[in-house]
Each structure stands twice: as structure tokens, then as C-alpha cells.
Design a protein around this ligand. Structure first.
Ligand code: AHR
Length: 503
């Protein structure tokens, strides 16, 4: 018996424009993300600034509009002044977030240069752990002020005449977490974030700010933290952050594949909390959401005793299988389902550290399974989210009830007259037939149906076998006027691209 699901996609069911920044990512001074990832001066592909060209090309293909930097937990102990000026004068410092040694060979200016090459904006984070208003406003002056002040002239003397013009700034990182250097109560953080934002905006009125929400929905202070922080910062911030990682450490695939339902609930709860403070303040302003760390993260623990105080030891180098890629696909679909509220999202991280791209020091680069759903949504998921009417058989798992086997969303790119349907079949044994009704678009044409599948959901890509799990064209999809019938293989990620009549 074939399992069947249906979808009606109508051009009038507009949810919201996709903010391209939902396809953002994150590079932290952690493990081999910077050193050995984007920067390796001795590598065969290195450019004159020491950046790996192979890494840059793989990142450019992902078309990442914004990259968060320099942390993460790292930023809460970082003195940004250590990373600017002549490289020979820079000092090595201990990084207490990850217990490594930071060589400071890449800092703000080098990262700004690299981000330009990658075609990405920088989402800059300031240290509100060990530091505060003064270091933050000086950094804005250094980065964004044209000239004629101490810090802007210092930037110019370092060889960067033009201001970096960073627009989006994170006010600290995960300040609710006891693991954070300089962790704070919601009240302490809210006051500091508010005063920092005020001063930073007095230096550059064009800035927009992200205040720290909870480190995850499982924090005991979740929701109360959000409410208190927003109460103290409402008029001076624009976004509230969410961080969320999922793992399958319990080895329960049906439950793991349903984790995006948790993200869906998390986003709705944070939006509701923002609106509660909006109502309380009788404000007209709406706070948007920045899901600026999300991913599957299976490895437990951090550096080993032998790695302690090394420079860029391998850390959090998760090897992702097909199942992980399907969860990443479901999380991306969930982000799109909240396109009206989530305006930025950063897959954490981009390279070598819980990342879709892996490199070997002095060696090759390969793409993990999770690279592909991110690539497909980033490239084809631009335009307007159309909220589809979906029916699907369902199942119950340990944590979730009524989990649809079909997870899906559709995006209409009016400029290109294309509709793209992203769909995951969560079923571990059966294929799922998907009947799509696109009647409002008249006759449609299939451009392609791309699928990521494998008989073994634990299949991975490695340096020695980099093409074990790669997207294939699915040839069985049929079109009849405005109706499409697609067969979604068991546990598969699918991208159905259609040319439509945009009239
Ligand atoms: O992305 C890895 C770490 O996860 C970040 O440094 C931190 O913000 C989060 O806990």
C-alpha cells in the first residue's frame, strides 16, 4: 500500500517574503573553523591573504547572505583590539571559552575582507561577558566611523581606509548560560544590553541590534528571560535571538526526525513573549526573531586534556549522516514556515565545527550530507512563502504526537516565475506519494525534482568517500496541467522545482 499525501499551493496563500538572511551562517574562533577552515596560509589553494580558495568557493556556492562572527562563547572573553594591527605585534591569548590558545592572526579586518570575498554581510557580536559599553562603542567607532577620531583613524592606519559598515550587531552571546564567561541574570544583561545599544547607536545611528534570548528552550529561565530582557531593551533593540540544537543521542530515529516540531513551538513561544511585552508597553514596534544558532549537534563534550591550550585543535567535528540532513531540511522548512517573524537565521556553524563543509589541514575539502538541504533552500528558496494546505499520514513518537510523515513548504519566486516545493518524507520504511495541486498557476512545467536519499539513513560523506550521499535527479515525477505527482523515497529530502504561469 502506498502512503499518500496532498498539497494545495495557491498564489494567494502568501505568508511573507523570505528575508534572504534566514540563509545565514556562523564562524566562531573555535576548533578549525577559522584556522584550517577559512584561513590556512600554507595551503595549496591559499590566496595572498592566506584564505583557502577551496573553502571560499564551497561557501560562495551556498550563497550565504550574512555570517555571524567572532562567536559564540568565544566572544564573551575576546578583546577585539588583540586582533587588529600588524600581525607581528599581535599577542597569543588563552581562550577560556574553549580552553585553547588564540593566535589572533585573523581578526575583525581580515574577517571583513574575507566576508566580502564570500559575498556575505558580517553579523558582528560584541563582548558583553568580560567587557561592556566602552569596548563595544569603541569597536563600532573602529569599524564604522569614517575618519577623524582615534579609533577610526587607527583602522585607517591599519590599512582599511573605508569603514566596514557592519549593520547588524549581536549584544553578547548566550548570556543566560552558566558556561558563558561573565554570565548574567536577565536583569543584569538587559540593563547592560540596553545601555550598550544606546551608546553604539549614538556612534552609528544605522545599526540594528539583536538581544540575547535564551540559549535554548530547555533553559530553566526560558521565557522569563525573554520577557525581562525585552522589558529592559524594547525601544533599543530590533531582534531577539533564539539558539537551538538537536541530537539523536538517544538513537530514536522517529523521535529525532520529529524535532522540528519542537523548533516550531519554540519560535511561536518566543514570538508570543515578544508580543506580550509589546502589549505591556503599548508599543507599535514589532520585535523580529534571529535564530542565530541552529543545527544538529551530536558530539558531546569539548577538547580533550591533550588538546588544552593548543591552537585550533579539531573540535566539534560532527560527521553528519542522511538522517541528520533530513532533520536539517525539516528545520529549514520550519524556519520558512515562520518567514513572517524569523528574519535572520544562522546555521551553526559553516566550516569544520558542526558544519556542512569539512577540510583537512593541508588537504582536501568535502561536503557533508547537511550541505545539500542548506544549499537547495538558499539557492531556490528565495521569494514569497506560500502557505500550503497539506494532508499527510501521521505517527506518534516518544516526545511528539501527530507527526506528519510529510514536512513541506512552498516558495514562489515571482521574478523567475518558479515555485519550489521543499519536502521531507520522515517515513523510515515506506515511500510517500505527494499529489500537488497548483491550480491557481494554470499549466505548470517540471524543471526538476532533486532528491537526497540512501537506503541507509546512517550513510555519511567522508574525505575518502565524499560522494556517498549526494543529490540525484528523480525521474518519476509527473505533471498533468496544474497537478504534480511525486514519489518521495523513504527518508528523503526533496526539491520539486516548477516553472509556473506568473500572470
Ligand atoms: O556553536 C557552538 C557554541 O554553541 C557557541 O559558541 C555557543 O554560542 C553555543 O552554545
Amino acid at each position: 500500500m502506498t502512503l499518500k499525501s496532498t498539497m494545495i499551493v495557491d498564489k494567494d496563500f502568501k505568508l511573507a517574503e523570505v528575508d534572504p538572511r534566514v540563509y545565514g551562517s556562523f564562524i566562531e574562533h573555535l576548533g578549525r573553523a577559522v584556522y584550517g577552515g577559512i584561513y590556512e596560509p600554507d595551503h595549496a589553494t591559499a590566496d595572498e591573504q592566506g584564505f583557502r580558495r577551496d573553502a571560499l568557493e564551497a561557501i560562495k556556492s551556498l550563497n550565504v547572505p550574512i555570517i555571524r562572527y567572532p562567536g559564540g562563547n568565544f566572544v564573551s572573553g575576546y578583546n577585539w583590539e588583540d586582533g587588529v594591527g600588524p600581525k607581528n605585534d599581535r599577542k597569543q591569548k588563552l581562550d577560556l571559552a574553549w580552553w585553547t590558545t588564540e593566535p589572533n592572526l585573523v581578526g575583525t579586518n581580515e574577517f571583513a575582507e574575507w566576508a566580502k570575498l564570500a559575498g556575505s554581510e558580517v553579523m558582528m557580536a560584541v563582548n558583553l561577558g568580560t567587557r561592556g559599553i566602552d569596548a563595544a562603542r569603541n569597536l563600532v567607532e573602529y569599524c564604522n566611523h569614517p575618519s577623524g577620531s582615534y579609533w577610526s583613524d587607527l583602522r585607517i592606519s591599519h590599512g582599511y581606509k573605508e569603514p566596514h559598515a557592519f549593520k547588524t550587531w549581536c549584544l553578547g552571546n548566550e548570556m543566560d548560560g552558566p558556561w558563558q564567561i561573565g554570565a548574567k541574570t536577565a536583569y543584569e544583561y538587559g540593563r547592560l544590553a540596553n545601555e550598550s545599544a544606546k551608546a553604539m547607536r549614538w556612534v552609528d545611528p544605522t545599526l540594528e541590534f539583536v538581544a540575547c534570548g535564551s540559549s535554548s528552550s530547555s533553559m530553566s529561565t526560558f521565557a522569563e528571560w525573554e520577557a525581562t530582557v525585552l522589558d529592559l531593551t524594547y525601544d533599543n533593540v530590533d531582534y531577539l535571538s533564539l539558539h537551538q540544537y538537536y541530537n539523536n543521542n538517544e538513537k530514536d530515529s522517529p523521535n529525532f526526525l520529529a524535532k522540528s516540531l519542537d523548533l516550531d513551538q519554540f519560535i511561536s513561544s518566543v514570538a508570543a513573549t515578544c508580543d506580550y511585552i509589546k502589549a505591556k508597553k503599548k508599543s507599535k514596534k514589532k520585535i523580529y526573531l534571529s535564530l542565530d544558532e541552529w543545527n544538529v549537534w551530536n558530539t558531546i563534550g569539548t577538547s580533550t586534556a591533550e588538546q588544552r591550550w593548543q591552537i585550533a585543535p579539531p573540535e566539534l567535528e560532527d560527521v553528519y549522516n542522511l538522517e541528520d540532513a533530513l532533520v536539517v531540511g525539516c528545520l529549514l522548512i520550519t524556519i520558512l514556515k515562520h518567514a513572517d517573524r524569523v528574519k535572520m537565521a544562522c546555521m551553526a556553524q559553516l566550516i569544520n565545527v558542526i558544519a556542512p563543509i569539512m577540510t583537512e589541514n593541508g588537504g582536501p575539502l568535502w561536503l557533508q550530507t547537511t550541505y545539500y538541504p542548506f544549499l537547495h533552500t538558499s539557492v531556490y528558496g528565495r521569494g514569497t512563502v506560500l502557505h500550503p494546505l497539506v494532508t499527510s499520514p501521521k505517527y506518534d513518537s516518544k516526545e511528539f504526537t501527530d507527526v506528519p510523515y510529510l514536512e513541506s513548504i512552498s516558495v514562489y519566486n515571482e521574478e523567475l516565475s518558479e515555485v519550489t516545493i521543499f519536502a521531507v518524507n520522515r517515513n523510515l520504511e515506506e515511500r510517500l506519494q505527494l499529489d500537488i495541486d497548483l491550480r491557481s498557476f494554470g499549466n505548470v512545467q517540471l524543471i526538476e525534482h532533486i532528491a537526497l536519499a540512501n537506503d541507509d539513513i546512517k550513510a555519511v560523506n567522508t574525505k575518502l568517500d565524499p560522494n556517498n550521499v549526494v543529490p540525484q535527479i528523480c525521474g518519476t515525477t509527473t505533471v498533468d496541467g496544474g497537478h504534480i505527482t511525486a514519489q518521495l523515497s523513504k527518508t528523503s529530502w526533496n526539491v520539486i522545482r516548477l516553472k509556473v504561469n506568473g500572470e
